[in-house]
Design a protein. Sequence first.
Length: 114
Amino acid sequence: MKSTYLRFLQLLHVVDGNSTSLVDIDETAKQLLNVIARHHAQGKALTVTEAMALSSVASPATIHRKLDDLREVGLIEQIFEGKNRRTKYLVPTQAADKYFSNLGDVIKQTFASE
C-alpha cells in the first residue's frame, strides 16, 4: 500500500505541475476548493458566509484571501440564485471540473499500475 500511495502522490504532483491554474494557489486554497466542489456536487452550494465559517480549513481572514485566489485563477465563481442578490454562492468552474477529472484519472492510473 505504501508504494501505491507514493505512486499516487507522484502522479498528483504531475497533475498539479501541469495545471496552470494551480501554480498560484497553495494547499489551503486546494482544500477550500475541495470543500466547495464537494458541497456543490451534493447540490448544496456553499455561500460565502458559510465558507468563511469553515474553521477546520483556516481562519476567516485566510479563507477570504483563498477565495480571492481561487476566483482570480478561475477555479471558482460566485453566483446568485433567483432574485436574491445578497447571497453569493460558490461554485467550481469548468477549469476546476477539468482538474478534478484529471485527479480521477490519477486515481485510476495509480490502481492500474499495481
